[in-house]
Design a protein around this ligand. Structure first.
Ligand code: PBG
Length: 324
């Protein structure tokens, strides 16, 4: 009988040893909390398909920001739920709309202690739920949609966003927004490109949260096909050429190969969006007692960091920061 001399278990014996040799840590500074601000709301209300997540008033979102700062969370990403919708999504660029109002309320409360990100897309603001105006066949028309994103981005920059994050997956959106921000004197506002964003089934609960469910159709005509890995490299490279300051891959866990490619190809800050469905499925299983929700959430987000993300957008940011 021969026994191994190499014993990998030596360094796994105690929590202190494991901590000492841990290769990946969850730093709250790298977590970004997505939040939903509802126009006209006077208090927070729960979102049934996303346990622990709420639609916010400007007052309640500012209180969340205060908690985020206290926990060391790096930033917040704002989504808006407007009082009125139309075919082009004009409420998206209303200077008094939910995102500009939320940005101002948070900034007033916490100053520059949080990085404020604003998602830029029209799907929350159009009455049909698509990411921009539609043609006769129900496809989003690219350039008019980009014109809308430009107006959104300017409104969010005016309201104090540090970063705008175009998520509509229209061609040319990053370049157009960069040019418009520069022309308007917002050279300091950065762009995080949702560069590799897939047409994913994991966005389901988000559409409840943002009240942006499509009347009909899908987003496969502009978001990426889940089958494609190589194509993501083109999307990421192109968004950098157009002037993106940082890149994002979305969703996260089902696309860790894409995230890893992005990490190897580019040295810019890399974000991954742990999306609503990824969050909700852990919460749902935990509610049934099928798994330990806190441990599973931690493992999921740790895996995203291990694969190469510098920043993770996750609805669990406050919980993870409280117990990293
Ligand atoms: C807007 C947008 C979506 C998400 C972020 N920005 C929805 C979509 O593309 O349909 C999804 C986020 C999540 O599921 O948590 N275009």
């Amino acid at each position: 009988m021969s026994y191994p001399r190499t014993r990998l278990r030596r360094l796994r014996r105690t929590p202190a040893l494991r901590r000492a040799v841990s290769e990946t840590r969850l730093d709250p500074a790298g977590l970004v909390l997505p939040v939903f601000v509802k126009e006209g709301a006077t208090s927070a209300s729960p979102i049934p398909s996303m346990p622990g997540v709420e639609q916010h008033s400007t007052g309640s979102v500012a209180a969340v920001a205060e908690r985020a700062v206290a926990l060391g969370v790096g930033g917040m990403m704002l989504f808006g739920i407007p009082a009125a919708k139309d075919p082009v999504g004009a409420s998206g660029w209303d200077p008094d709309g939910p995102v500009p109002a939320g940005l101002r309320a948070i900034r007033e409360r916490v100053g520059d202690d949080l990085v404020l990100w604003a998602d830029v897309c029209q799907c929350e603001y159009t009455d049909h739920g698509h990411c921009g105006p539609l043609d006769a066949t129900g496809q989003v028309v690219n350039d008019p949609a980009v014109d809308g994103y430009v107006r959104d981005a300017l409104a969010y920059a005016d309201a104090g966003a540090d970063l705008v994050a175009p998520s509509g997956m229209m061609d040319g959106q990053v370049g157009a927004i960069r040019a418009a921000l520069d022309d308007a004197g917002h050279q300091q506002v950065g762009i995080v490109a949702y560069a590799a964003k897939y047409a994913s089934a994991f966005y389901g609960p988000f559409r409840d949260a943002a009240e942006s469910t499509m009347a009909e159709g899908d987003r496969a005509g502009h978001q990426m096909d889940p089958a494609n890995r190589r194509e993501a490299r083109r999307e990421l490279a192109l968004d950098l050429q157009e002037g993106a300051d940082a890149l994002m891959v979305k969703p996260a866990l089902p696309y860790l190969d894409v995230l890893r490619d992005a990490r190897e190809d580019h040295d810019v800050p890399l974000a991954a969006y742990h999306v609503s469905g990824e969050y909700a499925m852990i919460k749902a299983a935990a509610e049934r007692g099928w798994l330990d929700g806190d441990a599973a959430m931690h493992e999921a987000v740790l895996s995203i960091v291990r694969a190469g993300a510098d920043l993770v957008l996750t609805y669990a940011a406050l919980d993870l920061a409280a117990a990293p």
